[in-house]
Design a protein around this ligand. Structure first.
Ligand code: PLP
Length: 399
């Protein structure tokens, strides 16, 4: 009998984190790698945020804080929701954790019984299914096709709902596709959800501020407030303010859910760092300029990748409306052979081949949608040009 739990044997290490680590290792060994695998902005955290953190250290804000976050941070989060989303929350409806990741995980620990179902639209962020498995839940994958712009067909959603469904996860803009839901699309999903009052909605808004083409962000709660008693809105500072390493995410939802999450956190991590909390207040209150500047940079990079790859006949590129990822269909390359005669059987083989040739991408299988790969454009224009040229030339070599 294994010393280790059944629970942990059901899951895998995060594939995106391990590919980034592999690319880093190759770089350290002196190999030139263009890294298109990163899941974080390449910008540094802005100075005003760093200064707020330094001041917090100097002022002695170095002790335990309340489990759900300091009063000042909770106020800043409430103000953010009002200002940017026109959503009203009370302080007992807010939780703060070590990243959006922990906030989502806590919510699942708080609600999932063995065999409960969590509907996860695919392509999905890699951690949702594994988190569901860790808490002994049952991930129910809802395939979203490229023909439907990687978005949920409302009827397909309804077909997946059973009496064991606890959560539906919505992630717009999406990692890995950059798909973005319009107000009308969200209304159509809300109509289905309103018919099933036992189903809760986990609304992952981590990429809220990275959207293009002058789109205006709305989440499902903004579109239909009748879902408020069963929606958990998750957000964080990682992507919007280039603060991945600070580990701070937050969630807003019904007070009874927050109370249970708080219990779990009080017996596990207690809270995220007091210094990160001080930094997050500054980030939430004073970042408009930073956000607008980055949005423009990311949009230019998206357009650059699109213009480079659109002429590669063996690849089909899906134009993202948000996030910093491009999802690329490589169906036509399956079954082709490398110079040494080995066959490319799937997107994992293709990604390994790209890595051998000096470009790191993440295979689509990791996101529950095969014969695709994900390119992250959280990198410089020079790298984008060089990396895309490399991809095009190595694809051409496959026979
Ligand atoms: N949700 C999505 C869709 C993500 O892509 C990520 C990170 O990659 C997270 C949540 C979690 O981010 P963090 O834990 O850094 O806040």
């Amino acid at each position: 009998m294994s010393f280790f739990s059944q629970r942990v044997s059901r899951i895998q290490p995060s594939p995106t984190i391990s590919i980034t680590a592999k690319a880093k290792k190759l770089k350290q060994e002196g190999k030139k790698i263009i890294d298109f695998s990163a899941g974080e902005p390449d910008f540094d955290t802005p100075d005003n945020i760093k200064e707020a953190a330094i001041k917090a250290i100097q002022d002695g804000q170095t002790k335990y804080t309340p489990v759900n976050g300091t009063k000042e941070l909770i106020e800043a989060i409430i103000k953010k929701f009002k200002r940017e989303n026109d959503l009203v929350f009370e302080s007992d409806e807010i939780t703060v954790g070590c990243g959006g990741k922990q906030v989502i995980y806590n919510a699942l620990v708080a609600t999932i019984e063995k065999g409960d179902e969590i509907i996860i639209p695919a392509p999905f962020w890699v951690s949702y299914p594994d988190m569901a498995l860790l808490v002994e839940g049952h991930p129910i994958v809802l395939d979203c096709t490229i023909e439907n712009n990687f978005k949920i067909n409302p009827q397909d959603l309804e077909n997946k709902i059973t009496n064991r469904t606890k959560w539906v996860i919505l992630n717009s803009p999406s990692n890995p596709t950059g798909a973005f839901y319009s107000e009308l699309e969200l209304q159509n999903l809300a109509k289905i959800l309103l018919k099933h009052p036992h189903v809760w909605v986990m609304c992952d808004d981590l990429y809220e501020h990275i959207i293009f083409d002058d789109l205006k962000f709305k989440n499902i709660l903004q579109v239909d407030n009748k879902l408020k008693s069963r929606t958990f809105v998750v957000n964080g500072v990682s992507k919007a303010y280039a603060m991945t390493g600070w580990r701070l995410g937050y969630g807003a939802g019904p007070q009874e859910l927050i109370k249970e999450i708080s219990k779990i956190q009080s017996q596990s991590t207690t809270h995220t760092s007091s210094i990160s909390q001080a930094a997050a207040i500054e980030a939430l209150n004073n970042s408009d300029e930073f956000i607008n500047k980055n949005k423009k940079i990311f949009q230019e990079r998206r357009d650059l990748i699109f213009s480079k790859l659109k002429d590669c006949s063996s690849l089909q590129v899906f134009l993202p409306q948000g996030s910093f990822y491009v999802y690329v269909c490589c169906n036509e390359l399956m079954g082709k052979k490398k110079d040494d005669g080995t066959e490319i059987k799937n997107d994992i083989d293709l990604s390994d081949y790209f890595l051998d040739e000096g470009v790191a991408v993440v295979p689509g299988e990791a996101f529950g949608c095969s014969n695709f790969f994900r390119i992250s454009f959280a990198t410089s224009n020079e790298d984008i040009i060089e990396g895309c040229d490399k991809i095009i030339s190595v694809c051409k070599k496959l026979k």
